[in-house]
Design a protein around this ligand. Structure first.
Ligand SMILES: NC(=O)C1=CN([C@@H]2O[C@H](COP(=O)(O)OP(=O)(O)OC[C@H]3O[C@@H](n4cnc5c(N)ncnc54)[C@H](O)[C@@H]3O)[C@@H](O)[C@H]2O)C=CC1
Ligand SMILES: O=C(O)C1=N[C@H](C(=O)O)C[C@H](O)C1
Length: 264
């Protein structure tokens, strides 16, 4: 049995993950973590009445029981994820991270720390297979159609913009696309932000609306033609197959990987 701790269990993704871990025969829910939890045991929550699982609120409490955990699944907030992953690695718990917002510098540091501690881990900007495929297809398309804009659409509770998936899509496209300005060289925004965020000349637009879950559209334009690649996560269950796969496989690695495709 793989012993799992879910950080951010009290959030939307944390709740889905907690249920997924409980239902998966290969996993044992060994703990849940959130500094904002109001209770000491999961069974005190109506939804989890039959689960005798400790609720941890501090790193000290987790560190005291660190041998109880193989994997730290993180669906928390951008402001907490760096410290959480650092803590997990230093305590030899493999992080499986969906939380967005890590900077490039933080990623470099965490990769080095994982190497030093010989701990495997995965940071996945998106655990949905449709998003993983979209990123790969978009990278391929950009080889032939280098003028591209990204539109990501999310629920209106999302804290970060652009989404981690949009940033990762832009990074993957930039591996095959020479950085260049798109649009009229003399264009002027008459309203600030009208042209969106800029990643090496690629524009990224973020939509936040109630009713949406997580969606991304990559639009390529070329002489007299256009290509649109789109993926939709209509429900957060779309991420759970990827999370389960990562929890199951991450013990076989001793480095920190970025992107679910590394495990597929
Ligand atoms: N990689 C992927 O496939 C996906 C990633 N996400 C990302 O996951 C993150 C969480 O998303 P949601 O669940 O929708 O957010 P949410 O706001 O519903 O949940 C976040 C939870 O984290 C808890 N929290 C805050 N600080 C914490 C800390 N220091 N340690 C532990 N828990 C803490 C909060 O109490 C809250 O319940 C976001 O960054 C989001 O972008 C979301 C969906 C899929
Ligand atoms: O906040 C979300 O909901 C999501 N966050 C991730 C991101 O920022 O890309 C993954 C997915 O889009 C859902």
């Amino acid at each position: 049995m793989i012993k799992v701790l879910v950080a951010g269990f009290d959030g939307s993704m944390g709740n889905k993950t907690t249920n997924m871990v409980i239902e998966n025969d290969k996993f044992e829910l060994a703990g849940v973590f959130s500094p904002f939890a109001g209770k000491d045991n999961l069974r005190e929550y109506t939804e989890f009445q039959d689960q005798n699982v400790p609720v941890y609120k501090t790193y000290e409490e987790v560190a005291a029981q660190k041998n109880d955990f193989d994997v730290w699944v993180d669906f928390t907030v951008p402001s907490a994820v760096y410290q959480n992953v650092k803590f997990a690695i230093e305590n030899k718990i493999s992080p499986v991270v969906g939380t967005t917002g890590l900077t490039d510098e933080q990623l470099v540091e965490l990769k080095a720390l994982a190497k030093e501690n010989e701990v495997g881990g995965l940071i996945a900007p998106n655990f949905g297979i449709s998003a993983v495929l979209l990123m790969q297809f978009a990278k391929k398309a950009a080889e032939f159609m280098p003028d591209v804009e990204i539109i990501e659409l999310h629920h209106d509770n999302k804290l970060d913009a652009p989404s981690g998936t949009a940033v990762q899509t832009a990074k993957m496209i930039s591996e095959v696309r020479t950085a260049h300005h798109q649009g009229n060289p003399n264009e002027k925004e008459t309203m600030l932000g009208a042209r969106g965020a800029d990643f090496e000349g690629m524009k990224i637009h973020s939509v936040r609306l109630p009713g949406y879950v997580a969606h991304e559209q990559v639009i390529f334009g070329s002489l007299g033609e256009s290509l649109t690649i789109r993926q939709d996560s209509f429900d957060r269950s779309s991420f759970m197959t990827g999370v389960a796969l990562a929890v199951e496989k991450i013990g076989n690695y001793n480095e920190l990987l970025v992107g679910l495709e590394n495990l597929l």
